[in-house]
Design a protein around this ligand. Sequence first.
Ligand code: IPM
Ligand code: MG
Length: 370
Amino acid sequence: MAANKKLLMLPGDGIGPEVMNQVNRVIDWMDKTRHVSFDVSEDLIGGACYDEHGESLTDKTMAEAMNVDAVLLGAVGGPKWDNVERFHRPEQGLLRLRKDMDLFANLRPAAVFPALAEASSLKPELVAGLDMLIVRELTGGVYFGQPRGIETLDDGSKRAVDTQVYTTAEIDRVCRVAFEMARKRQKRVTSVEKANVMETGVLWREVAAAAHADGYEDVELSHMYADNCAMQLVREPKQFDVIVTDNLFGDILSDCAAMLTGSLGMLPSASLGAPDESGRRKAMYEPVHGTAPDIAGKDKANPLAMILSYALCLRYSFDMAEDAGLVEQAVRNVLESGLRTGDIMQPGMTEVSCTRMGEAVTEELGKLAG
Ligand code: IPM
Ligand code: MG
């Protein structure tokens, strides 16, 4: 067996630690049953880190993140830190991780579990079988563009500036990831921007088309304005295979796509950097959901998005597709058996705690691995 795989766990705030505990359960199971060992280190991020160190991510943790094979992140933020100055806000730790690790490609799959089609806010027939992937640019755009800030004008009123900025290289590399992903799926990419109003949209469309022409003609590329895309997502979501879009549009559209699946609590994500000489990509895996402060500490959270994020980690960082598939199948089976956390509760099903859901997944793994 090769050297142990190094994982850094950053549970974060709110329900983050609770859902991460359930991943630990799965990791223990894999260690005992599949003889796959991880060197797991754990550290603070977000508000929890701010409370301890006065900043939302320490240099030491950042260095550790650069050094491991993969980072698993819970969630950051919460009302407790609403009045902390922006530079130290919990979200900043997460943004720094993304930026410094250069995790430019954020994969946000939105797939409907058959057992949950009824839990969607759309009619079941519109979402049954839905399986799409949003590839969100994660290290550029208005999240990081300069100049930014709020200044006070001579008359005492204020003026705020954010800058949306993209270079050819930034657009090109994320579009290529989308084309590669599409090749393993239905080979259709929709590139989303607002080229009708924004200069970055004009460049985005041009670079997406050029990247496509450079070796990806087997993939079908179409272009769509972001507002239309939001509308199409709730009108006929199954028309999409892969959507590639910028940081801000991706943030918004992925929440919308997530809700189509019945619960934000179900969706994992992977954030990947460029491959190094050995083909390895820096990577971070996190659920799409947030910290859910209203249920934090009550053992009510849905741990499935976190567990599925770990499955993505097995697949993309460790080339363990078989084990990833096992974990995903275990989750499907547990849902089929009727267990539900509160967020996906339906009539006739059995409501269980976060802990119980995690246990049920490992029990199911035991059965599957026979
Ligand atoms: C997300 C979140 C983050 C974002 C926040 C927590 C900074 O909404 O990952 O979608 O806006 O990117
Ligand atoms: Mg978001």
